[in-house]
Design a protein around this ligand. Structure first.
Ligand code: NAD
Length: 318
């Protein structure tokens, strides 16, 4: 049994990770300040004696003895990370410093949840890990993009300078149950709009494409990455390379929900990348042949079922 710290563990991805780590027989400490996460996401885990929930902000040091740290704490959607951009930078940068400092002191292994946003508005498609990105350092997304880039740099330098065992994964657009319905992310937006009979809002012409990874595929890759040999640190892209346009996604959601919502178009936000697509060759090679297994239709059906049950229980407050 390993003792594992998950920062941001009450969030969308963190809650799935905590649950999977417990299923594998580990002891899990979930640390969160509940900015975008919620106790509701980890409610079913609270009865497990090997699960501990701690309210804490990663911008402050935290001391504990663990074997592994998954550092996920950070708001992930523009709506939330732009509420307080300075705090977003602090969360990424000071969070990484505090968690790497802890890993150094207790000789734990640490995995950083980085993002495809480090590639900015990429000029090559698909993106491979050796692409340095095309980021606007003063744009409205920079608090997130540059914070995450700095966190990657911190990880690498804690390894170089202090031999901390580090792992970096660059997560591409992921969806599934436990997404925050107020996040403004495209999948949760479309699903909630369809379920509540509201117009489906597509930004721009809707022809811009995105890749959509189901959460279970990501969690599998995260755990495999943590278990790779110490000399493999990444960064490694983890995403689903299949591309869908916003209009295709909207129509798929309409089909699953049977909703009569109409599709309407709104202006595209500033710095919204036209396209982002992972090259996952490295993940396949280094993570024991890992590749995404869940098709969009299947993942969307599970996501619709989740939001529908929230709606039935009156928990979907918009
Ligand atoms: N979901 C995606 O598609 C995606 C894509 C790329 C990267 N990521 C990264 O994965 C991680 C998890 O993302 P998510 O989608 O689960 O988002 P999320 O917002 O659901 O989860 C983030 C969690 O971190 C917590 N948090 C935020 N600031 C904190 C702080 N200062 N101290 C302690 N806790 C704090 C939030 O309350 C929340 O529970 C993030 O680091 C995000 O950047 C996610």
């Amino acid at each position: 049994m390993k003792k594992i710290l998950v920062t941001g563990g009450a969030g969308f991805l963190g809650s799935h990770l905590c649950s999977r780590l417990l299923d594998e027989g580990n002891e899990v400490i979930c640390l969160d300040n509940y900015f975008t996460g919620s106790k509701r996401n980890v409610l079913p885990l609270l009865d497990n004696p090997y699960f501990e929930l701690v309210r804490h902000d990663v911008t402050m040091p935290y001391f504990i003895e663990v074997d592994e740290i998954y550092n996920l704490a950070c708001p992930a959607s523009p709506i939330h990370y732009q509420v307080n951009p300075i705090k977003t930078i602090k969360t990424s940068v000071m969070g990484a410093i505090n968690m790497c400092g802890l890993a150094k002191r207790i000789k734990a292994k640490i995995l950083q949840a980085s993002t495809s946003e480090v590639y900015g508005d990429p000029q090559i498609h698909p993106q491979t890990e050796d692409y340095w990105g095309h980021v606007n350092p003063i744009g409205p997304r920079s608090c997130y993009d540059e914070g995450k880039r700095c966190a990657e740099s911190l990880m690498m330098n804690y390894n170089l300078q202090n031999d901390v065992r580090i792992k970096i994964i660059r997560i591409f657009n992921t969806y599934g149950p436990h997404m925050n319905p107020l996040d403004g992310r495209v999948v949760s937006n479309f699903v909630v709009q369809a379920l509540t009979g509201k117009d489906i809002t597509v930004y721009g012409d809707g022809l811009q494409t995105r890749s959509f990874q189901y959460v279970d595929d990501l969690i599998e890759a995260m755990i495999r990455m943590m278990n790779t040999p110490d000399d493999f640190m990444g960064p490694v892209n983890v995403g689903n390379p299949n591309q869908f346009s916003m209009l295709e996604l909207a129509n798929e959601v309409l089909d699953i929900t049977g909703s009569s919502s109409k599709i309407v178009h709104l202006p595209a936000p500033q710095d919204d990348p036209e396209q982002r697509q992972p090259d996952i060759s490295l993940a396949k090679e280094k993570l024991n042949g890992w590749e995404p297994k869940v098709q969009l239709r299947e993942g969307l059906e599970k996501t619709v079922a989740y939001f529908d049950s929230m709606l039935q229980r009156g928990e979907l407050k918009l």
